[in-house]
Design a protein around this ligand. Structure first.
Ligand code: PGA
Length: 248
């Protein structure tokens, strides 16, 4: 069985000092956790000088696909590797919509993360407008096809299904909808990688997950954990969610 994942995407929050003390406190509170892989995704400035080990991991919120050069404001995979990063979030809806990242760029990034020996968390999800126009399935299929375009094996891939309208809004998809979408994602992956055991690919849910709704969502068939934004910034809320997942 897949070990569930709880990833905290801090977005542009917490200075390095604040992040360090947050992580130390979480490690103390969760010292007995062994059924969950926990990924901290601080801003780049919070990624170095952290001493953590399994089941705790570091994730970056983004990366560029070139290794070095004149790319002002970007960060390379070798820089992330030196900071002991294991996971990289790629294609988060805020990157797609606020920073205009398209599926082509996302596909390149996913490929390079895998090539560097790290694990991409490929985020996919429909906007409210796409949902209202009945385009959800098509969008999700296209995001998967294009995001994974150069990927030969799904070995190191994690998918995060995050309906854009649920991110940071307090709205969550219904249990039936989450189940339907996670099954649909597995169906597309099966079509794309017929020789691969798709059950071994973690599919996370994200979008206003909190300590109140986590126990219901984690029980949904096909949900292998969470990608959490807002609630990952609060020690009690974040550790409560990890404990809930740990007990499943
Ligand atoms: P949220 O963010 O939990 O605040 O909705 C989720 C995300 O952006 O990954």
């Amino acid at each position: 069985m897949l070990k569930p994942i709880v990833a905290g995407n801090w977005k542009m929050n917490k200075t390095p000092k604040e992040g360090n003390s947050f992580i130390s406190e979480v490690l103390e509170i969760l010292s007995k956790i062994d059924n969950v892989n926990i990924i901290f995704c601080p801003p780049f400035t919070g990624l170095s000088n952290l001493d953590i080990s399994a089941p705790f991991y570091l994730g970056a919120q983004n990366c560029f696909y070139k290794d070095h050069g004149a790319y002002t404001g970007e960060i390379s995979l070798s820089m992330l590797i030196e900071c002991k990063v294991d996971y990289v979030i790629i294609g988060h809806s805020e990157r797609r919509h606020m920073f205009y990242e398209d599926d082509k760029l996302i596909g390149k990034k996913v490929f390079n993360v895998i090539n560097a020996g790290l694990k991409p968390i490929l985020c996919i999800g429909e906007t409210l407008d796409q949902k209202n126009h009945g385009k959800t399935f098509n969008i999700i299929e296209q995001q998967l096809i294009k995001g994974l375009i150069s990927v030969k094996s799904l070995d190191n891939i994690t998918i995060a299904y995050e309906p854009v309208w649920a991110i940071g809004t307090g709205l969550t998809a219904s249990s039936e909808k989450i189940n339907e979408m996670h099954s649909f994602i597995r169906k597309i992956l099966t079509k794309l990688y017929s020789n691969f055991n798709i059950d071994s690919v973690p599919i996370l849910y994200g979008g206003s997950v909190n300590s109140e709704n986590a126990s219901e969502i984690i029980l949904i068939n096909g949900v292998n954990g969470f990608l959490i934004g807002g609630a990952s910034l609060d020690i009690i809320k974040f550790t409560d969610i990890v404990k809930i997942v740990n007990e499943q």
